[in-house]
Design a protein. Structure first.
Length: 360
């Protein structure tokens, strides 16, 4: 074997539900890939942070946990959430704590229809739907600002304050224009709700207008989020890159995943584009306790996630080979139940590994 010139250090946080199952599938494929490829290696460190540790210790992340994580080049994350912990506790306790602690302000969610798989859109097939959603990941509607007063009284009120800063909008807008610019069609749709949300969303429109001037080769348009949901269903081919606020992009990306055929195939990257901190990569699906432990979770979302992580680490070639292997396997009709197949997590994982050996 060739001498290994590069090593990337990856933190693994499988966490809850099917998280450990899909992360272990992902690691299996990544280990096969690096062994076949030989030009780089990955070192993994496992962090046992989950709703289980929260219930035992009262903390998702132990003291000094973020300091430990900081040493890695990337974080591969499974899913967080448990039936007996309120969702807002688990989400803020682990996932959002890392996103905010490491200034991962850009959340990137690509969507496509895999070869051999079916979209619920009758007329859409492989190649017809190929999107990247760029989600503002640090402020907006999920800034965590607000509060409750007069708890329990009939006159109780709660405020949920959305924060939009020029700085925050400007940096995600630039990131989105750059993402669109690198893609073949150079097409960007800026999604807002500036007719009803007349402060933050209007600022969003204004910043878009300004930033767009610096990217004259990118064709861009504006769309209200409600109209955008219709366009995604009725005219998917007209869309390429989308940028939207934290809440809006959250909703649009679940719709995108469903239109691509399953929530089990799509990845999310939580990026700190300044590269001061490690970025975090995770499948978009949650902990899915209804299928946990059955060995039927779709690992494709984690494979795509791992491939996006490799691109971020500069291993574009290996990332592409990995996706080729995955699509060859889905193209042969080997897929899990959520995509209409009968294969188990391990069947798909082994098939992808065999395909990698074949390719190299
Ligand atoms: P969380 O609370 O963590 O978001 P959840 O229980 O809401 O988790 P999701 O992960 O959002 O579950 O999944 C919604 C549905 O999609 C579940 O019924 C689950 O069975 C299915 N699903 C999610 N991920 C996968 C996967 N990787 N493979 C197969 N089915 C999946
Ligand atoms: Mg969910």
């Amino acid at each position: 074997p060739m001498a290994v010139s590069r090593t990337h250090s990856v933190a693994l946080i499988p966490a809850d539900g099917i998280g450990p199952e899909v992360i272990s599938a992902g690691v299996q494929v990544l280990e096969t890939l690096t062994k076949c490829d030989g030009s780089f290696s990955l070192s993994f460190k496992h962090y046992d942070w989950s709703s289980g540790t929260y219930k035992a210790t009262g903390k998702y992340i132990p003291d000094g946990g973020l300091e430990q994580l900081k040493k890695h080049d990337a974080i591969l994350f499974g899913a967080v959430g448990a039936p007996d912990v309120p969702d807002h506790i688990s989400l803020w306790g682990l996932r959002l704590a890392i996103c905010q602690g490491f200034q991962q302000y850009a959340n990137v969610r690509p969507t496509k229809i895999f070869r051999g798989t079916e979209s619920p859109l009758r007329k859409a097939e492989h190649g017809d739907l190929d999107w990247v959603i760029v989600r503002e990941n640090s402020e907006g509607e999920y800034a965590g600002q607000g509060g409750r007063s007069h708890r329990g009284h009939p006159w109780e009120t709660a405020t949920e304050v959305a924060i939009f800063s020029r700085h925050g909008i400007d940096r995600i807008m630039r990131f989105a224009f750059e993402t669109a610019q690198k893609r073949p069609r150079k097409l960007l749709t800026v999604v807002t709700k500036s007719n009803a949300q007349r402060n933050g969303m209007v600022l969003w429109d204004e910043v878009a207008q300004e930033v767009a001037k610096e990217y004259p080769d990118v064709k861009w348009d504006k769309m209200l989020v409600d109209a955008m949901t219709c366009r995604m269903v009725l005219d998917p081919k007209s869309i390429d890159t989308i940028v939207a606020s934290n809440l809006h992009a959250d909703i649009l990306s679940d719709l995108a995943a469903a239109l691509a055929g399953s929530i089990g195939i799509a990845p999310t990257s939580n990026l700190d584009p300044s590269r001061q901190y490690p970025s975090m990569f995770e499948p978009i699906h949650g902990s899915a306790f209804d299928i946990t432990g059955q060995g039927v979770a779709n690992p494709v979302g984690t494979f795509w996630t791992a491939s996006e992580m490799l691109i971020w680490l500069g291993e574009e070639e290996a990332a592409k080979i990995m996706m080729d292997a995955v699509e060859t396997v889905t193209g042969r009709g080997l897929m899990t139940r959520d995509l209409g197949g009968k294969a188990r997590t391990q069947d798909v994982t082994e098939a992808v590994c065999e395909e990698l050996v074949e390719i190299y």
